[in-house]
Design a protein around this ligand. Structure first.
Ligand code: HEC
Length: 131
């Protein structure tokens, strides 16, 4: 005979087990979790080539990302927005800064995914990890 109580128990257990730790709680998400899209990366490359490449090579960002380890992407985005390009800070559109950050993350080995990196929604909850 079908045991409803047991079935319910199994259902609860399976829910607990298939839910990845931290998912859905707005916590524990990092740049390693596919938090920007391929189209952001594609849009970021020309912006980067025009506005950033003259002063920094990708190695520079590797070290910069290391120094931001454990901090929200939003903070780095704001720092870049406020100070870069050094010869004309704040000269890009907000979206271009976001695309450039996505491009820099992709170039440093972080994966593209389904989620769109957005300073108004998720960026404050996504932590940078050392590449
Ligand atoms: C005219 C030269 C120049 C351009 C163009 C430029 N930067 Fe910079 N950038 C600097 C200098 C100078 C510093 C500070 C000194 C250093 O750390 O080397 C710096 C620092 C940084 C840092 C480290 C900030 C920190 O607090 O960790 C990042 C990240 C960065 N730049 C990103 C960018 C991005 C993205 C662009 C393009 C939008 C850009 N830079 C364009 C000269 C430039």
């Amino acid at each position: 005979m079908f045991n409803t109580k047991k079935a319910f128990f199994c259902w609860v257990v399976s829910l607990l087990c298939v839910t990845p730790v931290g998912a859905g709680f707005g916590q524990g998400k990092t740049v390693d979790d596919g938090v920007f899209t391929q189209s952001q990366v594609d849009a970021g490359k020309p912006v980067y080539d025009n506005s950033c490449k003259t002063c920094h090579d990708m190695r520079f960002y590797r070290d910069a990302l290391k120094s931001w380890d454990g901090q929200p992407v939003l903070w780095m985005w704001e720092a870049i927005l406020g100070t870069m390009p050094a010869d004309n800070p704040g000269s890009l559109m907000l979206e271009e800064y976001t695309d450039v950050v996505a491009y820099i993350l992709a170039e440093n080995g972080f994966p593209v995914g389904e989620e769109t990196l957005d300073p108004d929604s998720n960026m404050g909850d996504i932590l940078i990890v050392s590449p």
